[in-house]
Design a protein around this ligand. Structure first.
Ligand SMILES: [Zn+2]
Length: 554
């Protein structure tokens, strides 16, 4: 009896809130606590037009309230409000902390990230943020008692609230249509940071498109491919493509960066292409795009899946193709060729907590080179400069720019420490790529080698408050799309196949992009096919008649 009485008193002490009132409080909380980036960006876009900005705030608030009120029903309100609050708390961590836009491609990126990568994002600061901004308010929502009206009255009341909100939205929108349309056209990312609506719809769109992806089979491509110009070289031709990760051109001293981040490659006779842009701003887009026949402007995720790629065309030409992966996988590029994921080996010499230093790739290359039987292409997919744990990407010998940020999130480091850590990753990539070239040189008695290195996308290191990568391409800062690209061709191959490296170096200043990779590799391997476009082959303009006299002997 006493227990029941206590319970009843406690229950009575829980405040009673009308369901629409609770929706209103939650809407205001979501809009004004979890949307700092959204409002800051919008305020900037409206520039001096303060009145339009105020109307924009009113319009967005009214529309949000209409959406939230739609979920005001018995047994539905609390779970949905809590879901919205938690989603907004998580979303705001990434948008407000890293300047990241959580669109469909970002969700795809997160979904394919390895557990180790995801682990780096779950830091104590993230946990504290979730506790304060997500879990605590969720408890409050769970704790209060909701006063629901009788069903019919509630339906009428909610409908009236929703209609009133929509009316405000329409009146405001039409009233200042010119200003909104102008800003919306100039800044297509205007709504992209709106929490939690954008992360939630992005996740739904990703889930729907993944379900559709499962049924896509790749159409054959370049089945007419065959080798040409193979006389004059009596040893296998080998191209190693190093697919970089998160290296930005701005931090390559080969491209003019003031810090010496390429001490080893500067000593190799490489051709560096300083004006190269990526296809995407995230691995999940760039990797399949750069191996696809489609240029960036025509590429879509679906087309990438529905068409065979560079590796398949090489296979049709009887070139042996393999892929060694030290990153998050090949994104279906290797569905029909040899593939090995190195982190799964958990080799204690290189790996820790599911991630391995890129030295593991070098460790495997010697063995691979020793067993080359015919013309071959090997792709090495680096972990490179993948953030935010830059410090975990390089061994102590490459910890040269100090002090370097040793934390998983940047909040506890100065921007100088973040840049130092990042530049150490570039220094280490410089070593890895240079070592690949050295290994090709060491095997020059048995193979004629060439190497290409191109990064999948760049990285923001705090410029305008933006970190990491994955911005929608249309608004992506140059740091995320301007990537390092370089080529090295052995003397043997230059002579026997007529590659003029001096000529290439002269042309390297032109505008290049991931669009060039597909055709340049076909050119380098002398594969003829109807899908080859010499205009996109960076080597095509610098081919001369092969040097028949200097036919290379073993
Ligand atoms: Zn990447």
């Amino acid at each position: 009896m006493k227990d029941n009485a206590t319970k009843a008193r406690r229950f009575a002490r829980r405040p009673v809130v009308g369901s629409v009132t609770l929706c209103l409080i939650t809407t205001l909380y979501l809009l004004f606590v979890t949307n700092r980036s959204f409002w800051t960006a919008a305020y900037g876009y409206f520039a001096a037009d303060h009145l339009s900005f105020v109307l924009f705030v009113i319009g967005i608030s009214a529309a949000s309230m209409a959406i939230m009120t739609a979920f005001s029903a018995k047994y539905v309100t609390k779970p949905f409000l809590i879901f919205f609050v938690l989603a907004a708390a998580a979303g705001s961590w990434f948008t407000d902390q890293f300047g990241v836009i959580v669109d469909k491609e970002m969700i795809r990126n997160a979904a394919v990230s390895t557990g180790a990568e995801a682990g780096h994002l779950i830091t104590p600061r993230f946990a504290f943020h979730m506790l304060l901004v997500g879990i605590l308010p969720s408890f409050l929502i769970a704790w209060v008692r909701i006063g629901h009206r009788p069903v019919l009255s509630k339906l009428a009341h909610n409908t009236a609230v929703i209609l009133a909100c929509l009316a405000v939205f329409v009146v405001v929108g039409l009233g200042d249509y010119r200003a909104f349309a102008g800003v919306g056209r100039a800044h297509r990312d205007l709504l992209d940071r709106l929490n939690p609506f954008v992360p939630i719809t992005s996740t739904i769109r990703f889930a729907v498109s993944s379900g559709e992806d499962a049924n896509i089979a790749a159409e054959p491509l370049g089945t007419d491919a065959h080798r040409v110009n193979v006389a004059g070289l009596n040893k296998p031709r080998v191209t190693i493509i190093v697919a970089g990760e998160t290296a930005r051109a701005a931090d390559f001293s080969l491209g003019g960066y003031s810090r010496k981040t390429n001490p080893e490659l500067e000593k190799q006779n490489v051709v560096y292409f300083p004006n190269t842009t990526s296809c995407g701003t995230a691995t999940a887009i760039s990797i399949p795009c750069m191996f696809s026949v489609y240029p960036r402007t025509a590429y879509t995720h679906r087309k990438g899946l529905a068409t065979e790629n560079l590796l398949d065309v090489l296979s049709h030409a009887k070139v042996d193709v393999s892929w060694l992966d030290n990153d998050t996988g090949s994104y279906h590029v290797t569905d029909r060729v040899a593939y090995a994921s190195l982190p799964q080996s958990a080799d204690p010499r290189f790996c820790k907590d599911g991630e391995c230093l890129d030295a593991i790739l070098l460790d495997k290359v010697d063995d691979w080179l020793d067993h080359v039987k015919g013309d071959s292409v090997l792709v090495l997919h680096q972990l490179g400069s993948h953030g935010p744990a830059y410090f975990a990407r390089y061994p102590d010998e490459y910890r040269r720019f100090v002090p370097d940020c040793r934390a998983n999130d940047f909040g506890s480091c100065t921007s100088e420490e973040v840049t130092n850590a990042y530049d150490n990753t570039i220094l280490y990539t410089d070593h890895v790529v240079s070592a690949v070239i050295d290994k090709l040189k060491q095997h020059s008695t048995t193979i004629a080698g060439a190497a290409l290195y191109v990064s999948d996308h760049g990285e923001s290191l705090g410029e305008n408050g933006i970190y990491l990568h994955g911005a929608p391409y249309i608004v992506a800062p140059s740091q995320q799309t301007h990537v390092p690209f370089l080529a090295w061709v052995s003397d043997d191959l230059s002579k026997s196949a007529g590659f003029d490296v001096t000529c290439m170096a002269k042309q390297a200043d032109g505008e290049y992009s991931h669009d060039n990779l597909f055709h340049s590799v076909l050119g380098l391997m002398d594969v003829a096919t109807t899908v080859y476009d010499p205009h996109l082959d960076v080597f095509a303009a610098c081919r001369r008649q092969p040097d028949k006299v200097a036919s290379i002997q073993r």
